[in-house]
Design a protein around this ligand. Sequence first.
Ligand SMILES: O=C(O)c1cc(=O)[nH]c(=O)n1[C@@H]1O[C@H](COP(=O)(O)O)[C@@H](O)[C@H]1O
Length: 276
Amino acid sequence: MTAPFGTRLRQAMDTRGPLCVGIDPHAALLAAWGLGDDVAGLERFARTVVEALAGEVAVLKPQSAFFERFGSRGIAVLEQAVAEARSAGALVLMDAKRGDIGSTMAAYADAFLAPTSPLFSDAVTVSPYLGFGSLRPAFDAARASGAGVFALALTSNPEGHEVQHARGADGLTVAQSVLRHLAAENADADPLGSFGAVVGATLGSIDADLDINGPLLAPGIGAQGATPADIPKLFGPAADNVLPSVSRDILKLGPSVGALREGAARFVDETRTAIG
Ligand SMILES: O=C(O)c1cc(=O)[nH]c(=O)n1[C@@H]1O[C@H](COP(=O)(O)O)[C@@H](O)[C@H]1O
């Protein structure tokens, strides 16, 4: 039985450094790499990122949308990238942001969290906005396969505020409610729970209890304006559980494998220096 995702993530962050690099094959990035905006370009892009970073960084985060753009052939590239990244030692966080009623969520859990699936990943991002309880099948599947789940809580985009800061009858913000649910899922975990929150590093200030005994995926560094130095200021005592996520600011350094590796190493160094 594989160790729980949280245990594997803690070890990877400690040994390879606190960094998640996104595999986001934007059309503009394909062009910048001299690749066509087609399946051949997509495959070359994904394989180059995996070759450069799967043996180096703790987590790779393929953004499903950029593969779905090419239909089933794009998904075939995604399947290949996930398998190759995992076999090279990276943890793979599938960024799919899936959310639906429980019976449908079970099918999404099959797609990304069942070991028999061609898209089986170490973790997946999910959207809690059909009610946190609708995610139960994903948490159950993750527990069964030693995988993880990251639920959106305080996203990096400015539009998130209107939903995530809304308050329920209990007086809690939607975001705080999600965080409390995650803390309950992680209650007995040691050294780190397998159920994380997505908390943007672009937020300036966070008025929420981030003590969830789980990982905090922090996107928004680089292209969205945040820096590693923002992490200790923003996350305070939870900074040790922060997994900074960078996509465009590292990917733009490609297609050179060496440049991609240097860029990732630089972000790891800056984060470790900032957190201390
Ligand atoms: O779930 C995510 O990773 C995510 C959450 C969030 O709040 N903001 C956010 O930008 N992301 C993802 O992070 C990636 C953008 O990273 P950058 O290119 O570094 O800005 C995209 O794949 C986004 O979908």
